[in-house]
Design a protein around this ligand. Sequence first.
Ligand code: ADP
Ligand code: F6P
Length: 323
Amino acid sequence: MKRIGLLTSGGDAPGMNAAIRAVVRAATCHGLEVMGIERGYKGMIEGTARLLGPRDVSGIISRGGTILYTARCHRFMERAGREQAAANLKQWGIDGLVVIGGDGSYQGAEKLHNEFGIRCIGLPGTIDNDIGGTDYTIGFDTAINTAMEAIDRIRDTAHSHDRIFFVEVMGRRSGYVAMISGIAGGAEDILLPEAETTVEALIERLRDGQQLGKKSSIIIVAEGCQYGGAMVLAKRVSDQSEYKDNRVTVIGHLQRGGSPTAFDRVLASRMGVHAVEALLAGESGKMVGVSGQQLQLRPLSDAWEQRTRFDMELLRVAHVLSV
Ligand code: ADP
Ligand code: F6P
């Protein structure tokens, strides 16, 4: 093995740059060249790639986003698109690939592995923490801290005005960010895609809190919850109760950017080194995960077949603490 390819794909996540740096430097240490493919599978099809040396990744460990850019690419879902991509990999002399992304990106990598025998290793890069085979994804820790800080700020003004705030956090299919940032931010309730509830139950919770002396409340709403986001939910609560003067804040893509936390930088660094060494050891069709303190190699399909589900006990904890 002489040259490996590296790309970021799907939604960006803080710590992707730290992972890029780790892959490039680990590869250099082991005498390998790295071709950085821009904009994920789109760049693989369109042929946009450049060699990356250790100095090209200087100073990026602290930067959010991805210097390789990222994209979602429909052409890669078709066999013809993947044939073009595989032909480019061959032309570039790439004999191993590191894909940093979510489970969709892994499904693409698995197809490259199965259809064209391209050696692929995945690194979990998504703020959602919704990938099986790993306790944590790169970017999750930064995103929950960003969301928590936003909730803290909202609480200041909610408290000053005796107001109810509905704070929407990211997570179309996964309530992980909502659950953890909600507990960390002391939320009065948390609405998740994984757990249905009723507007009536939420209103009851608000009334219970008021009876116990609460004058302000924060409800965390995952964007993928059954009501389709905080705006709709806030209106339902306003229409069905005495809580008319509520406010909505959508944190949105603020959660995707920013300098990664130490946790994400270290996780990305360890995983990047592990990915290169796995390729050198002849591994393919695998993802790097972390279980406890240990890194592990799992089949790429674990990402979607063994999807991480947080412990629903956490929701009970949030409710117990909201009295
Ligand atoms: P993520 O990797 O964050 O889950 P997506 O689901 O958007 O993000 O996937 C990123 C890209 O991976 C897609 O735009 C597509 O190019 C590729 N991809 C996703 N699913 C598949 C699939 N089933 N087959 C081939 N390629 C896929
Ligand atoms: O998968 C990460 C994520 O940020 C989700 O939480 C969110 O639903 C989605 O990506 C938004 O993606 P985009 O705005 O890039 O289409």
